[in-house]
Design a protein around this ligand. Structure first.
Ligand SMILES: Cc1ncc(COP(=O)(O)O)c(C=O)c1O
Length: 346
């Protein structure tokens, strides 16, 4: 579906008060009495309280308008409150706002994700609410599919804040939260500006990939389920590796008979960051995506090949359950029902 662009254009910043202004400050003070630490720094540091946001502009309570160049850390691709998005949410919530049941919009979303999949095999979709959840899910799927339990991630890498992915984080963010999960190995990323091996690209011949191979051989127990990599590191400071890096890591993953999990939470579209170079034919990479460019509402998705996992599948409804359901009769409750379920009696 092509979304008509009806966002405001040519938006400009206008500053009317000192920043943060008095109204923003007052609201922040109210909130600060109860707000637990842990929010994103940029939101705290600005000190502003948002009144409304449209397209690329955010207006605070004091009437100052800012251009939002952060965009939800890159996941707000449609811009703030896109009218088509607002309409779609409204229409859906009016019909139903709950449940993991099949619905027309969800089936359509799966079809669209599958239609734009980064590789032909990747047409199984799982939807999640956050990036970390999606990565955790991919780790579970990789364990389940391969029967192995170790993971390799990269220095500088960020994949969320839940315990599993924290163990794969390539920075000191995890300090104080130990012990981490066993079986997690962190290899050098191709950060050529600050080369971890102090070499120069291209004369290095991608020594970091060779080093990854060596480290995994030496440090793992030979049970690597997957390599987890950002095609371009976001949190580490927008680190774009040379275009040969991802295909080379895919090759290393293949050598260890492991899956490749490509975390595109920030980068979104494959084409933008050379993931196209990964090829589409052999091996079984998985893809994680979020970002409103692809899945609106800051949702995330895991795209995987139709591989078998050990997750329970519903299977056919047992015959006696059918019979039991057919026998369910509604009887008026004697007392006020505690829940909908208590109204149903056999
Ligand atoms: C590459 C990457 N993966 C995963 C995540 C985690 O996403 P979330 O904060 O939605 O859990 C982030 C968050 O910035 C990220 O940059």
């Amino acid at each position: 579906m092509k979304i008509p662009i009806r966002q405001p254009r040519q938006q400009k910043a206008t500053i009317k008060t000192v920043i943060p202004g008095p109204l923003s400050k007052a609201l922040r003070q109210r909130e600060d009495k109860h707000l637990a630490p842990g929010l994103q720094n940029f939101a705290l540091l600005t000190g502003i309280a948002v009144k409304e946001a449209r397209g690329s502009a955010i207006t605070d309570l004091d009437g100052n308008t800012f251009i939002d160049i952060i965009g939800g850390i890159g996941v707000n691709g449609l811009g703030h409150s896109h009218p088509v998005y607002v309409q779609a949410i409204q229409a859906q919530v009016e019909k139903s706002s709950v449940g993991s049941f099949t619905s027309e919009p969800r089936a359509k979303l799966f079809e669209q994700l599958a239609e734009h999949r980064p590789a032909p095999a990747l047409h199984r979709v799982q939807l999640y609410s956050s990036g970390a959840e999606a990565v955790e899910s991919a780790l579970r799927l990789a364990k389940s599919y391969t029967g192995k339990y170790e993971f390799v991630s990269f220095s500088g890498g960020f994949h969320g804040k839940t315990m599993g992915v924290l163990s794969l984080m390539g920075s000191d963010f995890k300090n104080g939260f130990g012990p981490m999960l066993p079986g997690c190995h962190i290899a050098p990323y191709a950060d050529c500006y600050r080369c971890p091996l102090k070499l120069e690209y291209p004369s290095c011949g991608l020594a970091c990939v060779e080093e990854t191979r060596r480290q995994v051989k030496q440090n793992s127990t030979g049970r690597v389920a997957a390599f987890l990599v950002e095609p371009m590191q976001g949190t580490a400071g927008n680190v774009i590796p040379p275009k040969e890096f991802l295909p080379a890591i895919k090759e290393v993953a293949r050598e260890f008979d492991a899956l490749l999990i490509v975390d595109e939470m920030i980068t979104g579209s494959a084409e933008r960051v050379n993931t196209g170079a990964l090829g589409t034919q052999e091996s079984t990479p998985m893809w994680l995506r979020s970002g409103s460019s692809l899945v609106v509402a800051f949702r995330s998705a895991v795209l995987s090949p139709p591989i078998k996992s050990r997750a329970p599948s519903p299977g056919p409804i047992p015959r006696d359950l059918h019979r039991a359901m057919a026998e369910i009769r509604w009887r008026p409750p004697r007392r006020a029902p505690l829940s909908g379920l208590s109204m149903m009696r056999r």
